[in-house]
Design a protein around this ligand. Structure first.
Ligand code: GTP
Ligand code: MG
Length: 195
């Protein structure tokens, strides 16, 4: 019998770093070049299938504009996971991300799983073949099956230092090409305890 658990996840980060675009890629495998800024927050859900269980992410995609900062605690309170996003082409967005991580470490659930994502990596790397096929998948259950994402493929046996040694999971992503996006949610899922 398959275990299914709900996981409340919040996205935080400076305006325009690509939070909503990461969620759109994860939930619908789509990208919008001119995505409008989020007002307040948006709520989306997506399943994530691991080998031994299925998680259902309840995703709060917050607004990065400073005027919405004070709403954030409503969304990270009780969250089991957070994705803090910055833009690799904008140094100030990393500083903002660091302040979000500190705020989460002080104020959020002490067991929260935090992932840091440097997004828009497509803008700084020579264009290779997209890691996500352009063709539309008819998946409303676009699952994240380890080994089928095509982007990890790392020989685990060589690793001596875990990805989260610094207390955070870390990713570089592109919502535009899909690089690294499913991995964020799959790696977080692996860290959510089975209860
Ligand atoms: P707020 O809702 O205002 O906090 O912004 P956000 O963090 O949700 O950013 P959003 O997803 O709206 O993206 C902002 C702009 O960056 C949009 O025009 C996106 O198309 C673009 N964008 C997002 N991710 C990427 C990416 O990985 N690569 C490139 N090239 N552009 C991106
Ligand atoms: Mg947004």
């Amino acid at each position: 019998t398959e275990r299914s658990v709900q996981v409340k996840l919040v996205l935080l980060g400076e305006a325009a770093v690509g939070k909503s675009s990461i969620v759109l890629r994860f939930v619908s495998n789509e990208f919008q070049p001119n995505k409008e800024p989020t007002i307040g927050a948006a709520f989306l859900t997506q399943k994530c299938r691991l080998e031994d269980r299925v998680l259902r992410y309840e995703i709060w995609d917050t607004a990065g504009q400073e005027r919405f900062h004070s709403l954030a605690p409503m969304y990270y309170r009780n969250a089991q996971a957070a994705v803090v996003v910055y833009d690799v082409t904008k140094a100030s967005s990393l500083e903002k991300a660091k302040t979000w991580v500190k705020e989460l470490q002080r104020q959020a659930n002490p067991n929260i799983v935090i992932a840091l994502a440097g997004n828009k990596i497509d803008l700084v790397t020579p264009s290779a073949s997209p890691s996500v096929p352009e063709s539309e998948d008819e998946a409303d259950d676009a699952t994240a099956t380890p080994g089928e994402t095509g982007t990890s493929g790392e020989p685990e046996s060589l690793r001596q230092v875990p990805r989260d040694e610094a207390g955070l999971l870390f990713f570089e992503t592109s919502a535009k090409t899909g690089e690294g996006v499913v991995e964020i949610f799959t790696e977080i899922a692996k860290k959510i305890p089975i209860d």
